[in-house]
Design a protein around this ligand. Structure first.
Ligand SMILES: [Zn+2]
Length: 272
């Protein structure tokens, strides 16, 4: 077996705020349905009881939109395909989505997943605003939707919990410290890795965020929920060298995702 060596060369920290332009429903476990009889609850931080955006929700939605945008084969899991995963090394080598977002299971051809998406928390300002607003449930509104049974014409009301429009995930925490949504993108060299290609692949993330702004995050999107906007991007590029240590080599800021997209090559330039 040939020697396998992978070197972590650079890291890009992308931070921003997420604004809920319409009410946001990211589903919780629905175990606690006794809370006001709500049928569809939102996911909450168990320590603060505040709604949050799990990194997995943001990452999963970006991936799913990119798969469709790039017309990728939806082939996984085998019996009930819901998303795309490259099944062999040749396809994987040319698949930006699998390289950036990762492949499930232990695949011997896989290189490290490039993208980490962290959980995103309510800004302190939104916490205070929502407390003042005395929402239906703590920090959320309850929306009743009535579906009509097409056969019996019986009305079937259902209660959906949503984080109200206008709320910001990110911003500052209770102590006034920045707590933006954070994406961490890693650039590798070595076995089956190419730092130049990783620099180019950064564009996949920008594309994913753009697609998501035109789509929706969480559930009930076709009925109006989940429109989000990304604001206040800060981008930091770090170089990693065991001799010189970990050091920041460049930083950029962009007000919107379109602004970031227009100037993407300057960030990619710092990675090459
Ligand atoms: Zn793939």
């Amino acid at each position: 077996m040939s020697e396998r060596k992978i070197k972590l060369e650079k890291r890009v920290f992308i931070t921003f705020d997420i604004e809920a332009v319409t009410g946001l429903h990211i589903g919780g476990s629905d175990v606690k349905t006794e809370i006001g009889g709500v049928d569809k609850t939102v996911v909450r931080d168990p320590l603060t009881d505040r709604p949050y955006i799990p990194g997995s929700s943001l990452k999963g939605k970006m991936r799913s939109l990119l798969e469709k945008y790039n017309n990728k084969e939806i082939n996984f899991p085998p019996n009930k395909p819901a998303f795309h995963v490259c099944q062999d090394g040749t396809k994987y080598a040319d698949c930006d989505i699998c390289q950036v977002f990762g492949v499930s299971g232990e695949k011997e051809f896989a290189t490290p997943t490039r993208l980490v998406v962290r959980d995103s928390f309510l800004s302190w300002k939104s916490v205070v605003d929502l407390q003042k607003a005395q929402t239906d449930l703590p920090y959320t509104e309850v929306k009743t939707e009535v579906s009509i049974d097409r056969v019996t014409s019986a009305a079937n009301p259902r209660q959906m919990e949503r984080v109200p429009a206008g709320v910001i995930f990110g911003g500052k925490d209770e102590e006034g410290k920045d707590q933006p949504t954070e994406l961490v993108y890693s650039v590798y060299s070595g076995t089956n890795c190419d730092a130049q290609k990783d620099a180019d692949r950064l564009g996949v993330i920008i594309e994913g965020l753009k697609l998501l702004e035109d789509d929706y995050l969480g559930g009930l999107g076709s009925r109006g929920s989940g429109k989000v906007r990304f604001n206040g991007f800060k981008v930091k590029v770090l170089a990693l060298d065991p001799e010189k240590g970990i050091r920041e080599i460049k930083d950029f800021s962009y007000s919107t995702i379109n602004d970031f997209s227009t100037n993407l090559t300057e960030v990619q330039g710092a990675l090459k």
